[in-house]
Design a protein around this ligand. Structure first.
Ligand code: HEC
Length: 422
């Protein structure tokens, strides 16, 4: 009970001051950015992301999207965009554009890869889709689930009501939250964590989500439906923990996968905030460059960006975590690998998320799309940190041999000019 009260108290605190968690990043990190103004041009800048590219191919007849009676365009969309089916996670809290269709017996499935997120509810009239665009940050679309010759991803900026707020670092972006819900999935408005990312303690995560996989005796708030379940979990911490079969909760056959993999959830949480941070750093740089012609006022933000990117302050894992789908294996298989077979996607999951704690989004187009001066700043700092140039106090929590390994992995897979001996 005490633990539960602590959670509720913490949750209320988080609700009263939505800035609390995300302001961990830097002062003002939750302020809304003027992304529609003349410098950032969210409404008029050219889009260039996997969804807009697919649309172009459909329009010109170079691609078609296959419609199936079972799940509309979902299956073909996942395969054309190379999104793992095993990335499926299931959220049953009524926290969406289509909230009246979501419930514990009809959860919303989310699928994602490094730059696209898809929200799918069986039988729903539309799919919700978002993409990380190097020019814009998060761009939001709906896709009508009716069979037509040329399906159209329709851009919807009203999604920004929830997807460009203090919870997304003030930029158009992505969000993961954790709520206490009632039996229908309606959120208890006095509870709720503003931002869930890799720093959120495991015990506070996944309220409103199904969670499958293994996590030992670490409690979390997934699979708890209604107050009675939360009360029970307070005295019996692993109540509804280590779940590997969701069929007692809802009809799993209506979904492409049967799981809501705990590791996919953790990757999603790291990635959503990382994407928001890339957009925020990009926007801050663009604004300061326009005003002053230099980046001196942005370097403090770049330093906190580096902290997030290198997993400073990530929530400790107290007991080994394992997924129960093919997600771990398929995610790791994407590499890229260095010549010793190592990769930034390799999991640890015994004490921390990744064996080499540097975000794999370093390979993404959004990261490459950071304005030159700030990208160079980040690259220079990574080189300093990984080679120990400023001594062990520069990211002291990362052992020197891990820094060295990350230097070698990145040199072999991305940054050839870092040379052979650093
Ligand atoms: C009422 C608030 C709200 C609105 C409006 C909303 N969303 Fe969301 N959306 C959420 C929340 C909250 C999440 C995180 C998952 C959850 O807890 O349900 C989310 C998650 C998503 C995700 C998964 C990626 C992520 O950010 O976690 C996609 C894709 C998505 N929304 C698309 C859309 C699209 C497209 C629209 C507009 C058509 C939209 N959303 C409108 C609240 C909203």
């Amino acid at each position: 009970m005490r633990k539960f009260l602590k959670f509720v108290g913490f949750a209320i605190l988080a609700l009263c001051s939505p800035a609390l968690l995300a302001d961990e990043d830097f002062q003002g990190a939750t302020h809304l950015m003027p992304f529609e103004d003349a410098v950032l041009q969210y409404n008029s800048a050219p889009v260039n992301n996997p969804i807009s590219q697919l649309q172009k191919r459909i329009d010109s007849g170079r691609a078609a999207l296959h419609f199936s009676r079972r799940d509309g365009y979902l299956d073909d969309l996942l395969s054309q965009l190379h999104i793992l089916k095993s990335s499926q996670v299931l959220v049953f809290s009524k926290t969406s554009f289509q909230k009246e269709l979501i419930s514990p017996s009809t959860p919303r499935a989310l699928f994602f890869n490094d730059d696209v997120y898809i929200g799918y509810i069986p039988g729903a009239p539309i799919m919700e889709i978002s993409s990380a665009d190097p020019n814009l940050g998060g761009v939001f679309y709906i896709l009508d689930q009716n069979k037509v010759e040329k399906p159209e991803f329709e851009r919807r900026d009203q999604c920004l009501e929830c997807h460009a707020t203090s919870r997304t670092m003030g930029v158009p972006g992505f969000t993961v939250r954790s709520f206490v819900t009632d039996k229908s999935g309606e959120v208890d408005s006095t509870s709720g964590l503003s931002v869930v990312d890799h720093r959120t303690p495991i015990e506070d995560r996944w309220g409103g989500y199904y969670v499958t996989g293994y996590h030992g005796n670490q409690a979390h708030r997934g699979n708890l439906i209604g107050q009675a379940a939360f009360d029970k979990q307070a005295t019996k911490p692993n109540f509804k923990g280590d779940v590997t079969d969701l069929s007692s909760f809802f009809d799993v056959d209506r979904y492409p996968g049967t799981n809501s993999d705990i590791v996919a959830l953790m990757v999603l949480e790291h990635q959503t905030h990382m994407h928001n941070f890339i957009t925020r750093l990009r926007d801050e740089t663009a604004l300061k460059m326009a005003a002053y012609g230099h980046i001196h006022y942005v370097t403090n933000i770049a330093e906190s960006f580096l902290k997030y990117m290198l997993f400073s302050g990530e929530a400790p894992i107290k007991s080994e975590i394992r997924g129960n789908s093919s997600f771990m294996k398929e995610f790791q298989a994407q590499g890229p690998f260095d010549n010793k077979g190592r990769s930034l996607r390799q999991f640890d999951l015994k004490r921390r998320m990744f064996k080499y704690p540097c975000s794999y989004l370093i390979y993404s187009k959004t990261f490459d799309g950071l304005p030159d001066p700030i990208r160079e700043y980040v690259w220079n700092r990574l080189l300093e940190i990984f080679t120990g140039k400023n001594g062990p106090a520069d990211f002291p929590e990362i052992p020197m041999e891990t820094k060295r390994a990350m230097f070698e992995i990145i040199r072999d897979t991305k940054k050839k000019e870092w040379g052979k001996d650093g």
